[in-house]
Structure formats: structure tokens, C-alpha cells
Design a binder for this molecule. Structure first.
Ligand code: PEP
Ligand code: MN
Length: 263
């Protein structure tokens, strides 16, 4: 179902007047985790002011350590819904199991399935039955074939609204958090009609690398970006080292324009 052979034209996913996979670059931005009402609303207004249409924020955080901040859960989902109501932004938030998915249905526009859950097949099937667009991240060590098969799990349950997100894969390199597989962008766009977006934040783990990799992703044909931005990156409870400040994010949006126009 994900294959170009089945459907030749690009899939465009439309939500609340915004779209992913169409002619306009879809930029999803916001903090790694929802931390408080003040933090999320500050981030949301900064996203909107810079001209992006999608707000991200994790309410359920799949952290490497069980002692790290795990997210605000339902309270975080409620804050995202409020931020969306105030700003008109479309929300994206990660679900980590069937329970969090069921909870997110009432509050969130686009459900994210993270790298760690890319092959959680029961979760993929539940996402397929959810009726919501799904942002499916590439697994930490997933091949393109495995990633597309994960999309197939969602689609085979009747949900064709899948956005693929390249977020870097694990290699031997340690200077970066992951290695951004940029070649996957044109490759997957050739194999599949689904929209492909790139997450330069988790791919690199370093704030200074986010802008150049975002520009490269757009030049490679990505239909959108997922960028972590925090009102005060130094105080972030999660992924502060890779988060842009609102000012840096606004600069990124400006610098992307000529690149997006050229492709
Ligand atoms: C995230 O988007 O906050 C996240 C946890 O990403 P990934 O699943 O790509 O690590
Ligand atoms: Mn993060």
C-alpha cells in the first residue's frame, strides 16, 4: 500500500488547513517534552511567529533511563490541545503504547510513533485503526525496507495517512547522536508515495548542526522538517543540547525559504 507502484501520485495529508506532502514545506517545531503551561505556550507562539504550522511536544517520553523525566502524560496532552486552540497550530505528539494512543485521540491531531517503537506491531495496528494521521519515525537501526513495512502495518489496518520521518540511524560515529541518512529521503520518495520529513535535531543531537542539516534535507527533497525548539534550551528537561532557541528557529525558517523555493 505504501508503494509507488500501487499509487503513483504523492500522498498529501491535510489537517486543519495545513498539509504535509504538498507544495508547501511542513515544519513541525516545539520542545522535546511538554514541561509546563508557560513553557508550551511560549514555544507555540514562537512556532507561529516564525511561520511554521505544526507544534510538537512530548507528553509520553520514551527515555533511555527510567530516572529521567517521563513526561506530563494526560496533563501534557491537555496543554497541547489548549495551545492549538489559542494559536491554530496543528499538534504532533508521541504515543508509546495502546493506552497512551487511546488517551491522545481526544487531544492530538497527528500521532507520532517514535524510533524505539517503530516495530511495536500492536501499536502500529492500533495506529492503523485510530483514524489519525501518523508520523512514523525510522527505527534506531531500521533498514528502509523495515521502515516501509512498519508503515504497511498501519496502512493495512485502513489508515493511509502516514508521514515517514528520517531521524538518523545508529552508526559507529560518536560525535553525533545518530547519523542522518539523507540519501533515504530521495530513495524512499522513489519507493513510496508517502510524505517524507526529516528530523535534524535527533539525527545530530547538536544545536549547531540543525540548520545545515535542515537545509540539506530540504535540498534533498524532504517535504518537511521536525525541529526541537525550546523557549529556554539551557533549562530544558529533555534534549536541551539539540534544541534551538526561538530566535535561532526564526533564523532557520528564514534561511530555509530560498532552499525550499529552489527545489
Ligand atoms: C522525539 O521526537 O522526541 C523522540 C523521542 O524521537 P525519536 O523517537 O526519533 O528518538
Ligand atoms: Mn527529543
Amino acid at each position: 500500500l505504501a508503494s509507488r507502484e500501487v499509487k503513483e501520485e504523492n500522498t498529501v495529508i491535510r489537517v486543519k488547513g495545513a498539509s504535509v506532502g504538498g507544495s508547501e514545506l511542513a515544519v513541525i517545531a516545539g520542545p522535546c517534552a511538554v514541561e509546563s503551561r508557560e513553557q508550551l505556550l511560549a514555544a507555540a507562539w514562537a512556532v507561529r511567529a516564525a511561520g511554521a504550522k505544526f507544534l510538537r511536544g512530548g507528553a509520553f517520553k520514551p527515555r533511555t533511563s527510567p530516572y529521567s523525566f517521563q513526561g506530563m502524560e494526560e496533563q501534557g496532552l491537555k496543554l497541547l490541545a489548549e495551545a492549538s486552540e489559542l494559536t491554530g497550530l496543528v499538534t504532533v505528539s508521541e504515543v508509546i503504547d495502546e493506552e497512551s494512543l487511546a488517551m491522545a485521540l481526544d487531544y492530538i491531531d497527528i500521532l507520532q510513533i517514535g524510533a524505539r517503537n517503530m516495530q511495536n506491531f500492536r501499536l502500529l495496528k492500533a495506529a492503523g485503526k485510530s483514524g489519525k494521521p501518523i508520523l512514523l519515525k525510522r527505527g534506531l537501526s531500521a533498514t528502509v525496507e523495515e521502515w516501509l513495512m512498519a508503515a504497511e502495518y498501519i496502512m493495512s489496518e485502513g489508515n493511509q495517512q502516514v508521514i515517514l520521518c528520517e531521524r538518523g540511524i545508529r552508526t559507529f560515529e560518536t560525535y553525533t547522536r545518530n547519523t542522518l541518512d539523507l540519501s533515504a529521503v530521495p530513495l524512499v520518495m522513489g519507493l513510496s508515495h508517502l510524505p517524507v520529513v526529516v528530523d535534524p535535531s535527533h539525527a545530530t543531537g547538536k544545536r549547531d548542526l540543525v540548520l545545515p542539516m535542515a537545509m540539506a534535507a530540504v535540498a534533498a527533497g524532504a517535504g518537511g522538517l521536525l525541529v526541537e525548539m525550546h523557549p529556554e534550551p539551557a533549562r530544558a528537561l529533555c534534549d536541551g543540547q539539540q534544541s534551538l532557541s526561538p530566535r535561532e528557529f526564526a533564523q532557520l525558517m528564514t534561511k530555509l525559504k530560498p532552499v525550499a523555493k529552489a527545489v
